[in-house]
Write a new protein. Structure first.
Lengths: 268, 343
């Protein structure tokens, strides 16, 4: 094969009214490569996942998976083609059991039937630490399990590339460690990963490359240590957001627990 | 798979219970015309018609998220199919399956139009379709125009026999609708639909072709409503556009679904029974009957959003109809003598 990247974004533009969340974004992900994405709140990280997974329609630009143009495919098609995503705010199928949540992904996303689908679902639950709660209703899970269920469902679609959107947000350090283990084992199977996360430590331990976005533009792209050392990136985290909050993003990656709990926590 | 992670069963209890209890219930219901007065079976005919409608509206709105207020369009299609065929000499009871097919056939082009719309626009458009269908039928003199037409072919029949046949036809239609929905929800598509019910965006992102699934549900629902329409024509021996295209039918089905609990097979069954019981026991209070029915709907809407069945379903994953999937771990396997439906 030639050097066609697994995922390729060219000149992606996306604006909400006058707010730009992507202003000619371009990058590519190689087969099996893992990329971390950081950036201030509102930088367009989640919107970028929306554009890649087909939930948002880009205003301009091209998205390709292994060379094939995705722009006109809906999100279900893109999932079936190999883009598995998680949602920042978990979207569990609340009245279905954990096992059913993952099984539907194995049926629809991975295209499996019967025994094969059940086996995949069960082994994904085992790997993501949800095996013991397999028969519990998803609506009755706590935050950690909801976040894991997002990852488990995405894995059960047998993706070629896994999009993780703040799956570590709101978790404690040991819980983040367990997530890192899950992601590393997914990587071992040859899966490419893009991981959006405020917890920089988690990214540094799992990814090959770090991309920093702000205002719809790529500020830095390279080895994690290099990107974090860039003055523009430092300035972004330390300078543009007032007070302690920006600084804490980099230094104390768990500082967002409270706010993440609010948006991702238990539904009433 | 190197690890043994267990087997899958479709229920936490044996599916045989449902089979045994269901079979007994069907036999008893089928024998009722020999056992009880016709007045009672006539009430049950109304129950079966309402339950068919509620069951169909439940898959449509509860699973497909398609809140239609225009299902009376298909009731009308079903009723007029029976009328038209009876006018051409076909036995009305034999026209019921044809009416159900016609409902689905009619729904195909309608879905092309309606599926461009969502939410409130979709709801209003379904109503518009029903109104237009009613107006068009009213313009056909051979079908009775606005005043309606009586159903030929059944008047000469012995009234007891006619009552019993109508009852059995209603029982057959309601069973077909319930078994059909049960098999649908038990299938691979059914699990996908259940995911759509719980979270549409989530369903799309695990690969569910949501629009395709919704279209299937829309056609099934149209077919079932047409079956109910055929029964309405036969039980009333008369077809009138103002009656069969009346939005009141949709109000009844929505009421039954919301009271019983939307998004489950069990809910509409409970809701339809509650509605008929209220209707029968409150009939002598005239207008107060509507006030009480309305109050019940409001109480449920405020304090039990999931309906009567929802109160149970929120606490337990055990269901009357085994449409779920349960992972039975290897250690549990030996102790469980109930797991029969592995695959």
């Amino acid at each position: 094969m030639d050097n066609t990247p697994l995922l390729e974004l060219v000149g992606i533009v996306k604006r909400f009214n006058k707010v730009s969340v992507a202003e000619g974004l371009a990058f590519s992900v190689a087969e099996g490569e893992a990329i971390g994405i950081v950036g201030p709140n509102g930088a367009g990280k989640t919107s970028l996942f929306g554009v890649i997974s087909g939930e948002l329609r880009e205003d301009a630009g091209e998205i390709r998976l292994a060379g094939e143009l995705l722009n006109k495919r809906d999100s279900a098609d893109r999932c079936r083609m190999g883009i598995g995503r998680t949602h920042q705010i978990p979207r569990p199928f609340q009245q279905m059991t954990v096992f059913e949540n993952v099984l539907v992904a194995a049926h629809q996303g991975a295209g499996l039937k019967g025994r094969a689908a059940a086996d995949l679902a069960a082994s994904v639950l085992y790997e993501t630490g949800l095996y013991d709660v397999a028969n519990r209703l998803a609506g009755r899970l706590g935050l950690l399990h909801r976040k894991r269920l997002e990852v488990a469902r995405a894995l059960a679609t047998k993706p070629r590339i896994l999009l993780l959107d703040e799956v570590a947000g709101g978790l404690t350090d040991p819980e983040v460690d367990e997530l890192i283990t899950i992601v590393l084992s997914a990587r071992k199977s040859g899966m490419a990963v893009i991981w959006i996360e405020h917890a920089v430590r988690a990214l540094v331990e799992t990814v090959d490359r770090l991309i920093c976005v702000a205002g719809g533009l790529i500020i830095g792209d390279g080895k994690p240590a290099q990107v974090l050392a860039m003055s523009e990136v430092k300035e972004l985290f330390l300078g543009t957001e007032p007070g302690e909050e920006g600084a804490l993003h980099l230094e104390h990656y768990t500082s967002h627990r409270k706010s993440d709990n609010l948006e991702g926590g238990q539904a009433p | 798979m190197s690890r043994n992670l267990g087997t899958v069963s479709r229920s936490q209890y044996s599916g045989y219970y449902l089979g045994v209890v269901g079979s007994v219930a069907v036999v008893v219901l089928a024998a009722l015309p020999y056992l009880v007065a016709q007045g009672f079976t006539n009430i049950l005919i109304n129950l079966f018609i309402l339950l068919t409608l509620a069951n169909m509206w439940n898959v449509l709105a509860g699973y497909g998220g398609l809140v239609s207020v225009g299902q009376q369009a298909f009731i009308g299609v079903g009723a007029y199919t029976v009328l038209l065929m009876a006018q051409h000499g076909v036995e009305p009871f034999l026209a019921i399956p044809v009416a159900m097919v016609m409902g689905a056939v009619f729904a195909v082009p309608v879905s092309w139009f309606l599926f461009r719309l969502t939410g409130g626009y979709f709801a209003i458009a379904t109503w518009v379709v029903a109104v237009i269908a009613g107006i068009v039928i009213t313009g056909v003199p051979s079908l009775g125009g606005g005043t309606g037409a009586s159903l030929p072919g059944l008047h000469l029949m012995n009234s007891v026999l006619l009552g019993a046949l109508t009852y059995w036809a209603s029982l057959a239609v309601v069973l077909a609708s319930l078994v059909g929905v049960y098999l649908l929800l038990r299938s691979r598509l059914g699990l996908a639909l259940t995911a759509v019910r719980d979270n549409e965006i989530g369903a799309r992102s695990v690969g569910v072709k949501v629009t395709r699934a919704k279209r299937v549900v829309y056609l099934i629902s149209a077919s079932g409503c047409a079956g109910a329409g055929a029964l309405i024509a036969i039980s009333q021996l008369n077809v009138q556009a103002a009656n069969v295209f009346n939005i009141q039918w949709t109000a009844y089905m929505i009421f039954a679904v919301l009271i019983g609990g939307i998004g489950s097979i069990e809910g509409p069954i409970i809701g339809a029974v509650v509605f008929i019981v209220l209707q029968q026991s409150l009939a002598r209070f005239n207008a107060w009957y509507l006030v009480i029915v309305g109050a019940v709907a409001m109480i449920i809407a405020i304090w039990a959003r999931g309906g009567i069945w929802g109160i149970w379903a929120n606490r337990s994953s055990t269901k009357l109809f085994p449409v779920g999937y349960f992972l039975r771990k290897p250690s549990e396997k030996k102790s469980s003598v109930l797991a029969k439906t592995e695959y």
